[in-house]
Design a protein around this ligand. Structure first.
Ligand code: FES
Length: 165
């Protein structure tokens, strides 16, 4: 497959699961996001045609919901809480440690190898465990910069093992 050619077969299978109507918009976008870990721009005209809505409307839905992403995300998505409870218990040094270990920043959230994304979030709803971060939705509480770095090393080891398998 040429690099600039998008493979629509996965999108076809997703579309086959739902009525070809506007009411299916969110379900379809959720499945696409699950498949690719983000919403590739190529899918928008395709889905819009299939279910009879405008591309603008689809983009509107995709940008309204925080869980949808228009940018590629890493295999491991780390969300660092910077809500009030976590902030006062030292979330910023944790975030800074993660970013510096991975060469990321406020503007660069995903590593070039697409292994890690580091994002901030305003409250993960687990304030009693502050400071909190999640890795692919799994909560890790009472974090410190060192614990975060250790967790990162464990994830890197996982990736190395997968690469050898
Ligand atoms: S402020 Fe961090 S979990 Fe609520």
């Amino acid at each position: 497959m040429a690099k600039n050619q998008f493979d629509y077969s996965a999108i076809e299978s997703i579309l086959d699961k739902y009525p070809k109507e506007e009411v299916s918009t969110i379900a379809i976008l959720q499945d696409v996001q699950e498949q690719y870990n983000y919403l590739p721009r190529e899918v928008f005209p395709y889905i819009a045609r299939a279910i009879g809505v405008s591309e603008a409307k689809l983009y509107g839905v995709a940008t309204f919901y925080e869980n949808f992403s228009l940018e590629p995300k890493g295999k491991y998505v780390i969300r660092c809480c910077d809500g009030t409870a976590c902030h006062v218990r030292g979330s910023i040094p944790i975030l800074e440690r993660l970013r510096s270990e991975l060469g990321l920043s406020e503007s660069k959230k995903t590593t070039d190898d697409l292994n890690f994304t580091v994002e901030t979030v305003s409250c993960l709803g687990a304030c009693g465990l502050a400071p909190v971060m999640t890795v692919n939705g799994v909560t890790h509480g009472a974090m410190t910069p060192d614990k975060a770095a250790q967790l990162l090393n464990e994830l890197k080891e996982e990736l190395a093992k997968e690469a050898q398998a």
